[in-house]
Ligand binder design. Structure first.
Ligand SMILES: Nc1ncnc2c1ncn2[C@@H]1O[C@H](COP(=O)(O)OP(=O)(O)OP(=O)(O)O)[C@@H](O)[C@H]1O
Length: 374
């Protein structure tokens, strides 16, 4: 399948990032293979000091491989990686992981079982006087709320607490860059939500530039200043969480970050007729087929008799707390019916049957040529 080579914002202009670029991290033109299998294909990314970038994408798209290259756990085959303008890895150079000033947190916590928590955190501070190491380790444990447990062994802690210690250990030497690979995926949902908020706070408080891998779009939207969406070894689109959600470059990007209803039509007079009205189709040729994607929350209730509305039949309604999930049937204008998912505030939600006048918020609707399926 051909994939568009979309530009990645803030991409360094030269193959080797220059000292004056001001990026904390600049990776340029990375390609990587395991044997014959191409895993990364021309990946470039950059990171400003203090910025949090999340790498997301389906399983096997190359997220962890990219992170391992940045960490120095894999050798660069083609392309380069620079930290603060200094190239630390390319096809000829390989600065060792421990010399990169990079902190790492993995999903399995990776604490030393035979060391106390304070010694685990102090471990990353080798080379400093013992009293200074201990004081810094205790300070970091206090930052993650575990000062009182300093002498405990890791096995006495819950998963969430162990991950806090791993975070304290990685942050203690004040790394230039933090790399986090699915750091919350071994934790239950509530703990995950709690810890991701805490982690973001800690990273932002310390102004630590970070790259985090996650397969969870919600987690990426919560944690990231910028998200890079990967597929099959490429970055397909990068931008702020709002940009990726509101201006997806492809149907794949639209669907990755939230549910969509799909509708196929064709362009007439620059617009596509749908069961909820005409949608502008800029950039598509007259008569061309078009794929329209609509977010469930773009469908909103209207007062009975309001102008410009459409009457939907409510097939199913599920109250999910603040929001309700509806299945709506709408005439498709071709003699048939479409069933679309809608999400609206429960206060505005009707009973599980009957008719509901609805309208469409245009910012939750995207039009693509059908072949844009990257
Ligand atoms: N050491 C290795 N040797 C051979 N193949 C590998 C190696 N590491 C990764 N791969 C392959 O490279 C591809 C990308 O793997 P990678 O772990 O980077 O993907 P990912 O996006 O992080 O996936 P997941 O979300 O499932 O962790 C996969 O097909 C994987 O099987």
């Amino acid at each position: 399948m051909n994939m568009p080579d979309l530009p990645f914002s803030a991409r360094p202009s030269s193959a080797t990032a220059r000292a004056g670029d001001g990026y904390r991290l600049a990776a340029d033109g990375l390609w990587h293979s395991f044997g014959d299998a191409g895993v990364l294909r021309d990946v470039s990314l950059s990171l400003a000091p203090g910025e949090i970038l999340c790498l997301v994408g389906p399983s096997g798209c190359g997220k962890s491989t990219l992170l391992r290259l940045l960490a120095g756990l894999e050798q660069v085959q083609r392309g380069s990686i620079a930290l603060d303008g200094e190239v630390i890895a390319d096809a000829r150079r390989h600065v060792l992981p421990e010399k990169r000033g990079v902190g790492m947190v993995f999903q399995d916590f990776a604490l030393f079982p035979h060391l106390s928590l304070v010694d685990n955190v102090a471990f990353g501070l080798a080379g400093r006087p013992a009293a200074q190491r201990r004081a810094r380790a205790l300070e970091m444990l206090a930052r993650v709320g575990l000062a009182e447990r300093a002498q405990d062994a890791p096995h006495a802690l819950s998963g969430g607490q162990q991950q806090r210690v791993a975070l304290a250990r990685a942050l203690a030497p004040q790394p230039r860059l933090m790399l986090l690979d699915e750091p919350f995926s071994n934790l239950d949902v509530r703990l995950r939500h709690h810890l991701r908020a805490e982690t973001r706070h800690l990273l932002k408080e310390g102004g630590v530039a970070s790259v985090m891998v996650t397969h969870d779009p919600d987690e990426a939207m919560f944690m990231a200043d910028r998200i890079a969406l990967m597929r099959a070894g490429r970055i397909l689109q990068a931008g702020s969480p709002a940009e990726l959600y509101r201006q997806p470059a492809t149907p794949f990007a639209a669907e990755f970050f939230g549910e969509v209803n799909r509708y196929r039509g064709s362009v007439r007079g620059g617009r596509v007729a749908t069961p909820l009205g005409e949608i502008a189709a800029p950039g598509l040729a007259e008569g061309a087929p078009a794929e329209v994607l609509l977010r469930p929350e773009a469908i909103h209730p209207l007062a009975a008799g309001a102008p410009g509305g459409f009457v939907a039949e409510v097939v199913e309604a599920h109250m999910l707390g603040a929001y309700s999930q509806l299945t709506l049937a709408l005439p498709d204008g071709r003699g048939g019916t479409v069933c679309w998912q809608a999400q609206m505030p429960s206060a505005a939600c009707p009973a599980a049957s009957g008719h509901l006048p609805v309208g469409l918020y245009p910012d939750g609707v995207f039009v693509f040529p059908p072949e844009a399926e990257a």
